[in-house]
Write a protein that binds this ligand. Structure first.
Ligand SMILES: C[S@@+](CC[C@H](N)C(=O)[O-])C[C@H]1O[C@@H](n2cnc3c(N)ncnc32)[C@H](O)[C@@H]1O
Ligand code: SF4
Length: 360
């Protein structure tokens, strides 16, 4: 199984909490970027691909013409006939019926919408440029365009947010009956406006919110299949699950990473340099790391434990040092054996990083 990730590093405006790689959208720059990215894609044209994910940044900020150029060319470069899941990320403010219609027509079969909050005051606080009504309209159009696999991204644990507020937010979200939900605790990252203005979040409150979300969503039939992800049955994100299974993926676009034939690479995190390098026929992959057996085993364990239901085969712990840690984790019950697989005990999901670090 192999995925294709395409990074569209353009946003209309930087959100106050975000430190993902993105720059301000500009029509001319985006044209040049798409041209460069397609040149990069040709390098991988013979690779078999099972899933595609176009993420950002804000892929929906591209104009209809740019979307047509990017996606139609991808279909010409790659054989996408066996792709099972094709996801496209949307920000509500930059979606139109025409764009959604085109995406559906060309083969996108999953949407991921960055809602973040259902209340306009919180959206303003986060520096988002859409309101809840705009999201509702976009969601409605997407359903009318027959998208039957939609994810909604939400953040929780905003300063001042109470558990009761969060419960109301979840109840409001359930009305949409989306196939998938990604819920993230707000984290204050360096190089963000929130960091500079010393925004504070509370771990304990976030933990309670996480537990409550799990309870409510599970009672409504959602499967908590990954630490931050819930889905209806058979609606897990196939593309992302393959990352957690430590399978291969091609990464195209500035700042994105790829993992092929035991080599992990990162593309230059600079839009103009990315364009320049590809224009001159140079390599945009600036960081390369060979994943030896030891790193491979550690990564397989750490990624695989995130898959709460799928878990890991005991054979993944065959290195003596990992087997010993496994025994200790089974003894202190942070890990468990269920259905013949090693899984993270649900009680410890929120402190996953501490458990994972034992294997590094
Ligand atoms: C990089 S964003 C890209 C998606 C899209 N541009 C958007 O803004 O909706 C992916 C998701 O990561 C989450 N995210 C980004 N920064 C975060 C932070 N500092 N704390 C918590 N979640 C964050 C948001 O939920 C966001 O939808
Ligand atoms: S959260 Fe999304 S829209 Fe906001 S700056 Fe980050 S990538 Fe752009």
């Amino acid at each position: 199984m192999r995925g294709l990730y395409i990074h569209v590093p353009f946003c209309i405006q930087k959100c106050l909490y975000c430190n993902f790689f993105s720059v301000q959208y500009n029509d001319i720059l985006a044209d040049k970027y798409i041209y460069a990215l397609l040149k990069h894609a040709v390098k991988f044209k013979d690779k078999k691909i099972d899933s595609v994910y176009i993420g950002g940044g804000t892929p929906s900020v591209l104009s209809l013409r740019q979307l047509q150029k990017l996606l139609q060319s991808l279909y010409k470069i790659f054989d996408l006939s066996r792709v099972l899941e094709f996801t496209f990320e949307l920000n509500p403010e930059s979606v139109s019926k025409e764009k959604l219609h085109f995406l559906k027509e060309i083969g996108v079969n999953r949407l991921s919408v960055g809602l973040q909050s259902v209340d306009d005051m919180s959206l303003k606080f986060l520096g988002r440029i859409h309101d809840f009504k705009t999201f509702c309209d976009v969601y409605d159009i997407a359903r009318k365009e027959s998208f039957d696999n939609i994810n909604i991204d939400l953040m929780y644990g905003l300063p001042g947010q109470k558990l009761e507020d969060w419960e109301q937010i979840i109840k409001k979200i359930l009305i949409f009956n989306s196939e998938h939900l990604s819920l993230y605790p707000l984290s204050v990252e360096e190089d963000t406006q929130f960091y500079r203005s010393n925004v504070i979040v509370c771990d304990d409150v976030q933990r309670n919110m996480y537990d409550r979300a799990t309870e409510i969503l599970t009672s409504k039939g959602y499967i908590h299949y990954e630490i931050s992800n819930w889905s209806k049955q058979n609606r897990e994100s196939f593309h992302n699950t393959n990352y957690w299974r430590n399978f291969e993926y091609i990464g195209l676009g500035a700042g994105s990473a790829g993992y092929l034939e035991r080599k992990r690479y990162k593309n230059v995190e600079d839009v103009s340099r990315y364009i320049g390098l590809l224009k001159n026929g140079c390599n945009a992959e600036i960081e390369n790391e060979y994943i030896n057996d030891r790193i491979y085993s550690v990564e397989t364990i750490i990624l695989g434990l995130r898959l709460l239901d799928e878990g890991l085969d005991v054979s993944c712990f065959k290195k003596p040092e990992h087997y010993n840690i496994l025994l200790r984790c089974l003894k202190d019950k942070t890990l468990k054996i269920k259905d013949g697989k090693i899984k993270l005990a649900k009680k410890y999901v929120f402190v996953f990083n501490q458990i994972a670090s034992k294997f590094t």
